[in-house]
Design a protein around this ligand. Structure first.
Ligand SMILES: Nc1ncnc2c1ncn2[C@@H]1O[C@H](COP(=O)(O)OP(=O)(O)OP(=O)(O)O)[C@@H](O)[C@H]1O
Ligand SMILES: [Mg+2]
Length: 210
């Protein structure tokens, strides 16, 4: 009753029960790239919560987690980074075949590697999200202490400081995480998915009843 009243009064669509998929979801790989500390994992986590709340099947492939298992034999040389991305891209492709929205969070500093990942999928299935923030901001955040280690002279091939970061030239979305809140960024990500037909339009603006 409350749901119907709200729906009429506010002209909002009310969600089906949690966990039930809305129809029409299309698979895609959302590839978050950016410097360490830019906010890739934070934003993918916020988006994941929003997708879960809307019943949109999704999964996450996070660089740190994968380096503990599937990619534990790889370091941070250029060759190893390329191989890391190749493996993750293939796994992401398989997960997309299972109709999931796949949230990949990897620094993925080399443009050619990201383009190779893109080439594994249909053109509309790969969405590159450039999570951008000035180096000074990510150095200040320094969530993992990596920038401090590099500053202290340790050679850890840190992207943006000791190793190059090749920014995307034409990402599907660029988010400056120093200029918006995670919630604003999450809503832009939902908007991107809706505009590409990955999730239904109404899923980008639905509300949840308690
Ligand atoms: N608007 C914002 N969007 C995302 N993160 C933000 C924002 N504002 C502040 N932060 C903070 O910035 C940090 C981003 O860290 P996060 O681990 O998400 O980065 P990352 O890109 O995944 O780094 P890494 O490549 O090292 O895993 C978090 O501590 C987060 O709380
Ligand atoms: Mg991360």
């Amino acid at each position: 009753v409350i749901a119907n009243a709200l729906q009429k009064t506010l002209n909002l669509r009310v969600l089906p029960p949690r966990g039930r998929a809305l129809p029409l979801q299309k698979p895609c790989v959302l590839w978050f790239t950016g410097l360490s500390g830019a906010g890739k994992s934070t934003l993918a986590g916020a988006l994941k919560d929003a997708l879960d709340a809307r019943g949109c099947p999704n999964t996450s492939l996070d660089g740190d987690v994968l380096r503990e298992g599937l990619c534990s034999d790889l370091g941070f040389s250029e060759d190893d980074r390329r191989e890391n991305i190749r493996r993750v891209a293939h796994v992401a492709g398989l997960m997309a075949r299972a109709n999931l929205v796949v949230l990949v969070t990897l620094v993925s500093p080399i443009r050619a590697s990201r383009d190779a990942a893109r080439a594994l999928l249909s053109p509309h299935e790969f969405l590159e999200v450039f999570v951008d923030a000035p180096l000074s901001v990510v150095q200040q955040r320094d969530t993992k202490g990596l920038y401090a280690r590099a500053r202290a002279g340790e050679n850890i091939q840190l992207t943006g400081v000791q190793a190059p970061y090749e920014a995307p030239e034409a990402p599907e979305l660029r988010i400056d995480s120093s200029a918006c809140t995670p919630a604003e960024a999450r809503d832009r990500l939902l908007g991107l998915l809706a505009s590409r037909g990955v999730i239904p339009q109404q899923a980008a603006r639905v509300i949840h009843l308690p």
